[in-house]
Every structure is written in structure tokens, then in C-alpha cells.
Design a protein around this ligand. Structure first.
Ligand code: DLZ
Length: 166
């Protein structure tokens, strides 16, 4: 039976709130940079297309996906002119021969969950966790779209969600 895949870049533009006043942080991992730079390109393009101003995208690199949690936590703690409304983390973890994959994936997903459970600003999980490099390429602007686009759409919706409740 054929598996149905969600195309990561598909969204209804009419469902996207006005993002022109939003300030969005992006923390991106250098590990598997050929993949993560594509995720970053997709996220930036989708934010800009939906009205976020270039100067309101605050982008920082960390060495690997495991460091995404620290990067997001630190950025979330900034106040005043340095404060952002929401954060996207972008990384690509590809399964290798050791259990490292499982430790990194669970560390990042648990860490980002903890940040979100604080209920401060939303932190969007743009981490590809794949068995092969081809599966990552398929989801980084390939046949299944771009996880960066999906993360950007989610960030805009969650920032608007928070603003609507405050
Ligand atoms: C060590 C490591 C390995 C084996 N694989 C990946 C990976 O597929 N994707 C990724 O983003 N990072 C990987 N890393 C690096 C860790 O995320 C982290 O940077 C190091 O363990 C140092 O804390």
C-alpha cells in the first residue's frame, strides 16, 4: 500500500495571519549544513512572503542540533529591543551506526517541549529526523517540500495565537 505523505510546503495563504509586525528568531544547526541551509532558505522565504520584515528575522548558527535547545532558550530569555516573538529551530539528524541519533533527537524534542511548556514564546520544532540523507533532501526543498516552510507557517500562526490571547 502506498504511503500518503504530507507536502511540507503546502499551506493555504488565506489562513496565515498578518505577520508584518512580527519578530522571529531562527536558530540553525551547522551539522548537515547542506540540508540545514535549505531549511533556512525555506523558512526565511516563507516568513518574508508573509510580511515579516528582513530586519525582524534574527538568525544565529549553533554547531549541532543538540545545541538548538540552548540557542533557543537563550534567545527566548532576551528582553527589550532584543526580544523576539517566536523562535524556529532548524536541524537535520540522520541516523548513523550508533545510538547517537536517538540521544540527539530525544534531547532536542524534550528540550524544545520544556521551553514551550513554560508558555512564554512559542518555539517551533523544525528538526528533520531521518534514516537516510535522501529522506532529508526530500524534505529540505525536495519532492516532499521544505520543513523550513512548514516551520515558518507554524511560527506565524503560533505568534498570532499568543498575541490573540494576551
Ligand atoms: C555528533 C552528532 C552526530 C553523530 N550526528 C549529528 C546529526 O546527524 N545532526 C546534528 O545536527 N548533529 C549531529 N551531531 C552533533 C550533535 O548535535 C552535537 O553538536 C554534539 O554532540 C556536541 O554536543
Amino acid at each position: 500500500m502506498a504511503t500518503q505523505y504530507h507536502h511540507l510546503s503546502d499551506y493555504d495563504p488565506a489562513s496565515i495571519p498578518d505577520a508584518s509586525g512580527m519578530k522571529v528568531g531562527i536558530i540553525v544547526a551547522e551539522w548537515n549544513q547542506d540540508i540545514t541551509s535549505r531549511l533556512l532558505g525555506g523558512a526565511r522565504e516563507t516568513l518574508l512572503k508573509n510580511g515579516v520584515l528582513p530586519e525582524n528575522i534574527i538568525q544565529r548558527w549553533v554547531p549541532g542540533s543538540f545545541e538548538l535547545v540552548y540557542g533557543a532558550g537563550l534567545l527566548a530569555s532576551l528582553t527589550g529591543v532584543h526580544a523576539v516573538d517566536g523562535i524556529i529551530v532548524l536541524g537535520s539528524v540522520i541516523r548513523g551506526e550508533t545510538p547517537h541519533f536517538d540521544y540527539i533527537c530525544s534531547g532536542v524534542s524534550e528540550g524544545i517541549s520544556v521551553l514551550n511548556a513554560k508558555g512564554e514564546i512559542p518555539v517551533i520544532f523544525g528538526l528533520l529526523t531521518t534514516n537516510t540523507k535522501q529522506q532529508a533532501l526530500d524534505r529540505a526543498g525536495g519532492v516532499l517540500g521544505n520543513k523550513g516552510d512548514e516551520a515558518a507557517v507554524t511560527a506565524i500562526k503560533m505568534i498570532a495565537f499568543r498575541q490573540g490571547l494576551r
